[in-house]
Design a binder for this molecule. Structure first.
Ligand code: ASP
Ligand code: MG
Length: 499
């Protein structure tokens, strides 16, 4: 195994500390590393994970790992849950069988001793058998509609499978890896599908159950994404929620750093699928990162940054296949860095009416619809009124899943047509394009430059955020690419002028 990779330009190395200070730091520090679905899905990826853990373990006093389900597994589990509701036995059984084959094939190819391998195979079978039982129960009771809590009980299996595989691989290589389910460790409310942790209760459970393990040099391999209510019912933290798990744990164990490993080189100045010239951004402040995640950068779960900012825990985003690259470092506000860093795009829904007036009723309709369809509150919204028209727009976070916009639009339309008081309102998908950079508001030149580049595009609305580092324009979805292409050169320009 190649463990002599030189990617140790970590945050602490970049800050000029004396050698003595560094040694002291090493004996007290804690690192949380989260590995995403693409970094645990193949033997090549798992070999990288092992190599990274073997490299980092001697450098940190405490090491915690958070693992996502293998790529595509959560989607497959969601589909199984829906097929169970339709009593499509053959359908959910076929999915379970495919998942079993995929996990067992992966285990077969890993360099494991026969004891580890046999135990792991038995674990995989048991977990999938339990999940199949839940599907069976749903399928038999079609009279009761499937509730979101049942879905959460099914879709958490992907993470539980993945942690077992990683922990076995560590043990085989003399690291004391132990797979841990976070259902009884991270305590949340009961908003199934998009739960929010109770940090006090979670910290208590972690102090009692996890800290003693860390003190015994165990490397816990924790399930991302899943959590549980106070009474132990499984919940999930929203799609892509493993990042959030890493952030919750980092706060509770008082981590010195958290590293998110995926298959991209870092946070990019735009989505490289849309903009070829997109580049890695070396450093971002927490504010900028939070806005980026909020407004659509798919690399991170949008809720993970705030707890890190509150506790000043540096975050690094790295590529598991190229650990020698520094990636992106996110930490406290950077000084003298007035610059445009990135351009993002995210889908939203707009509501328009040919009159103006109170927004109370329509806002609560919007909020109720979002909560009942995709489990989120309409808290990210733009509204503009003139004497004779109203425009409202709400962002649909990527964590709500790929079909969310469609589902919300259809439900909204149905509800608007039900009551005469909403006559005239129309709902439409829109695109929210956001320019992110420190102190955008402090420099009116930036807004002029942004708008100057959009003279050929019809803007439905414009908004400058109070957080001082984002400026959004709302456009028709068909103008998304053109808007991004027009704005991206601003990131290059400001990089040149500030470095
Ligand atoms: N496996 C979950 C998902 O696909 C959580 C995650 O990947 O972070 O959403
Ligand atoms: Mg992710």
């Amino acid at each position: 195994m190649d463990t002599d990779i030189d990617y140790n330009r970590s945050f602490r190395d970049r800050t000029a500390r004396t050698a003595r200070e560094s040694i002291e730091l090493m004996s007290t520090n804690t690192l949380v590393m989260k590995f995403g679905g693409s970094s645990v899905g193949t033997t090549t990826a798992l070999t990288q994970v092992l190599s990274i853990v073997l490299h980092e373990q001697p450098r940190w006093k405490r090491l915690l790992l958070v693992v996502s389900a293998l790529d595509g597994v959560t989607d497959a589990l969601l589909e199984a849950a829906h097929l169970a509701q339709l009593s499509n036995r053959r359908g959910y059984r076929r999915i379970t069988a495919t998942l079993r084959t995929r996990h067992l094939a992966l285990v077969e190819k890993l360099p494991l001793g026969s004891n580890e391998r046999n135990a792991l195979q038995a674990d995989i079978d048991r977990l999938l058998f339990d999940m199949l039982n839940i599907c069976q129960t749903i399928s038999d009771n079609t009279a009761d509609p499937m509730t979101p809590d049942t879905i959460d009980a099914i879709i958490g299996v992907g993470e539980r499978l993945a942690t077992r595989i990683v922990a076995a691989l560590l043990r085989q290589n003399n690291v004391r890896g132990v797979a841990i389910d976070t259902t009884e460790l991270i305590v949340t409310d009961d908003v199934y599908g998009n739960a929010t942790p109770n940090m006090t209760l979670t910290k208590n459970r972690i102090d009692t159950n996890l800290i003693p393990m860390l003190d015994r040099q165990i490397v816990p391999v924790l399930t991302g994404f899943i959590a549980g209510t106070q009474s132990g019912k499984p919940t999930t933290l929203g799609r892509g929620g493993s990042d959030y798990t890493a952030s919750i744990l980092s706060v509770c164990v008082n981590a010195d750093e958290v590293w998110i490993w995926s298959d991209v080189d870092g946070i990019m100045s735009a989505d490289p699928r849309e903009i070829q010239e997109a580049r890695v951004i070396p450093e971002l402040s927490y504010h900028e990162m939070a806005e980026l995640a909020f407004f659509g950068a798919r690399v991170l779960h949008s809720r993970m940054v705030i707890p890190l900012r509150e506790h000043n825990i540096p975050l690094r985003i790295k590529n598991v296949f190229k650990p020698q690259l520094v990636g992106t470092l996110v930490y406290q506000r950077l000084l003298n860095q007035q610059a445009i860093k990135a351009i993002t795009a995210i889908q939203g829904i707009s509501l328009q009416a040919p009159w103006s007036g109170s927004l109370v009723k329509i806002s609560s309709l919007l909020d109720e619809t979002l909560l009942s369809t995709v489990g989120i509150h309409a808290d990210v919204s733009f509204s503009v009124q003139s004497s004779s028209a109203t425009f409202l727009c709400v962002i649909i976070p990527t964590s709500a899943g790929p079909d969310a916009v469609h589902i919300v639009k259809n439900t909204l339309e149905a509800r608007l047509s039900e009551k005469p008081e909403f006559q005239g309102w129309t709902a439409q998908p829109v695109s929210v394009i956001t320019v992110i950079g420190a102190e955008l508001n402090g420099n009116p030149q930036w807004s002029a430059q942004i708008l100057g580049r959009l003279s050929s595009i019809k803007l439905l609305a414009v908004a400058q955020s109070p957080a001082e580092c984002s400026f959004s324009v709302i456009v028709d979805p068909k103008d998304t690419e053109h808007t991004l292409t027009q704005l991206h050169p601003l990131t290059m320009q400001s990089t040149k002028s500030t470095r």
